[in-house]
Write a protein that binds this ligand. Structure first.
Ligand SMILES: Cc1ncc(COP(=O)(O)O)c(C=O)c1O
Length: 389
C-alpha cells in the first residue's frame, strides 16, 4: 500500500514546545515560562519605518531573492563592526527569520544519509531540519557539570565517513551556554582538518552576561569556506512575528544556498526588510535595555532556583534568556509527565527537557524573557508544589 506522506515528514516528532503552549492556553492565569519569545513589543521607530514603507508603496512586490541591496549593505556593516566578520553584501542572504536561513543552509549542505554532529541538548528545530533533509543528527552530549561545555574529544570521536557538518547555537537554546572563543576555535580546527562545514545559529548574539563574550566562527579567516552563520532580528529587536533574519557565507555558498531559499521563500517579507533596515540604522538603546532586563530576570531566576536547590539543580546561563535546570525529584526522570503535572497542579508552564534531545531528559527549560512578576509568580507556585510533595 502506497503511503500518503513522505518518510521525511513521517520521521518528525510532534513539537513538545507547541504542545505545552497549547495545553497552557487551556489553563487560566498560567505563569508562562515555556516560550523563548521576547515579551516586549517591537520598538516604535521600527514599526514606524514599516508603516512608512507601506505608505510609500514599497512593499507590494518581491525584493531580489537575496534581499534589498540597502539592507544587505547595512548587515555587512553590522557583521564587520560587531562580529568581526570580513563581510561583503554579496555574502549575505536575507531570510525568513533565522529558521529559514538554517533550513536553507542544511538543504545546501546535507545529502540523504549524511551525518550532522550536534552538541546536545540543543534547539530541537535543528534536529528536525536535518531529519527533513534526510540527514542523520548525531547527538553528542555537552558536559553539564562544566556549565554545558563542548566535549571536544567526544565530538572528534563522533566524526566518521558520513559526517558532513556540525550545527550548533551559541548562546545556546536551551542551556544558555555561551561557548568560549577557545572552544569554538578548537571546533573550527576540527572542521578544517576533516573538511566539515559548521552551521552556526547566533540568534542570541547580543544577550550575553558577566564576563562572557559572543564569538562568531566566521571571524576566523581560515574558516571562510567552512562556515555558514545564521542571524536574526527576532531576538535582538523583539521582531518575532516579522519573520526576518539573514545568513552570511562565502559567495560560492550563497549561490547554492539561494537554490534552496528561492523555492521555499522567493524572498523574505519585503515590509519586514524595511523594518529591519530601520532596526540596524536606528538607535540601539532598545538592545541594551533588553539585555539589561534579561540580566535582571536571569539573576532573579537564579536566586529563586537557589531557594529550591533540594529539587532543582542548575548551571548559571552566560547568555540567551533561557536556562535548563535539572529536576532532582524522582518524577522528573520523565520530564514530559513532570512538566504536564507542574502545569496542571501548579499552573506553571515549562518545556520538558526531552524536547532538546535525549540528554535533555530529567530537565526542564525555563525562559526569563518575561516580567519579574511572572518569575515570582511561577516560583511561588513551584515552591508550594515541591514543598507540599
Ligand atoms: C536558537 C534559536 N534559533 C532560531 C530561533 C528562531 O529564530 P527566527 O524567529 O529568527 O526564525 C529561535 C527561537 O526561539 C532560537 O531559539
Amino acid at each position: 500500500m502506497r503511503t500518503l506522506f513522505s518518510s521525511r515528514v513521517g520521521r518528525i516528532k510532534k513539537s513538545a514546545i507547541h504542545e505545552m503552549t497549547k495545553l497552557s492556553k487551556e489553563i487560566e492565569d498560567v505563569a508562562f515560562l515555556s516560550w523563548a519569545k521576547p515579551t516586549s513589543g517591537t520598538p516604535a521607530h521600527i514599526n514606524g519605518a514599516a508603516v512608512e514603507a507601506i505608505e510609500k508603496g514599497l512593499t507590494g512586490g518581491y525584493s531580489p531573492s537575496e534581499g534589498l541591496d540597502a539592507l544587505r549593505k547595512e548587515i555587512a556593516v553590522k557583521l564587520r563592526r560587531d562580529n568581526h566578520i570580513d563581510a561583503t553584501p554579496s555574502q549575505i542572504l536575507v531570510t525568513v527569520g533565522a529558521i529559514e536561513g538554517l533550513a536553507s543552509a542544511v538543504m545546501a549542505v546535507v545529502d540523504p544519509g549524511d551525518e550532522v554532529i550536534m552538541p546536545t541538548p540543543t534547539y530541537s528545530t535543528h534536529i528536525r531540519q536535518v531529519q527533513i533533509a534526510s540527514g542523520t543528527p548525531v547527538l553528542v552530549p555537552l558536559i553539564e557539570s562544566e556549565g554545558f561545555a563542548l566535549d571536544i574529544d567526544a565530538i572528534k570521536r563522533a566524526i566518521g565517513k558520513k559526517t558532513k557538518a556540525i550545527m550548533l547555537c551559541s548562546p545556546s537554546n536551551p542551556t544558555g551556554t555561551v561557548f568560549s572563543e577557545s572552544e569554538l576555535r578548537q571546533l573550527s580546527d576540527i572542521a578544517l582538518e576533516k573538511g566539515l562545514t559548521i552551521i552556526t545559529d547566533e540568534a542570541y548574539e547580543y544577550f550575553v552576561f558577566d564576563e562572557h563574550k559572543h564569538f562568531s566562527i566566521a571571524s576566523i579567516p581560515e574558516m571562510k569556506k567552512n562556515v555558514i552563520s545564521c542571524f536574526t532580528f527576532t531576538k535582538t529587536y523583539a521582531m518575532t512575528g516579522w519573520r526576518i533574519g539573514y545568513l552570511h557565507a562565502d559567495d560560492e555558498w550563497i549561490l547554492h544556498i539561494k537554490k534552496a531559499h528561492i523555492p521555499f521563500a522567493i524572498c523574505a517579507p519585503v515590509v519586514s526588510q524595511y523594518a529591519a533596515l530601520a532596526a540596524l540604522k536606528g538607535p540601539q538603546d532598545c538592545v541594551v535595555n533588553f539585555r539589561n532586563h534579561y540580566n535582571t530576570t536571569r539573576d532573579l531566576m537564579c536566586k529563586r532556583l537557589d531557594e529550591l536547590s533540594e529539587f532543582l539543580d542548575y548551571q548559571k546561563p552566560g547568555g540567551s534568556y533561557l536556562m535548563f535546570p535539572k529536576i532532582l525529584v524522582e518524577e522528573g526522570k520523565d520530564s514530559t509527565a513532570f512538566c504536564k503535572r507542574l502545569l496542571r497542579e501548579a499552573k506553571v508552564s515549562t518545556t520538558p527537557g526531552i524536547a532538546f534531545g535525549p540528554t535533555g531528559e530529567s530537565h526542564m527549560r525555563v525562559s526569563f524573557c518575561v516580567p519579574e512578576a511572572t518569575i515570582n509568580k511561577a516560583f511561588d507556585r513551584m515552591e508550594h508544589f515541591f514543598k507540599r510533595g
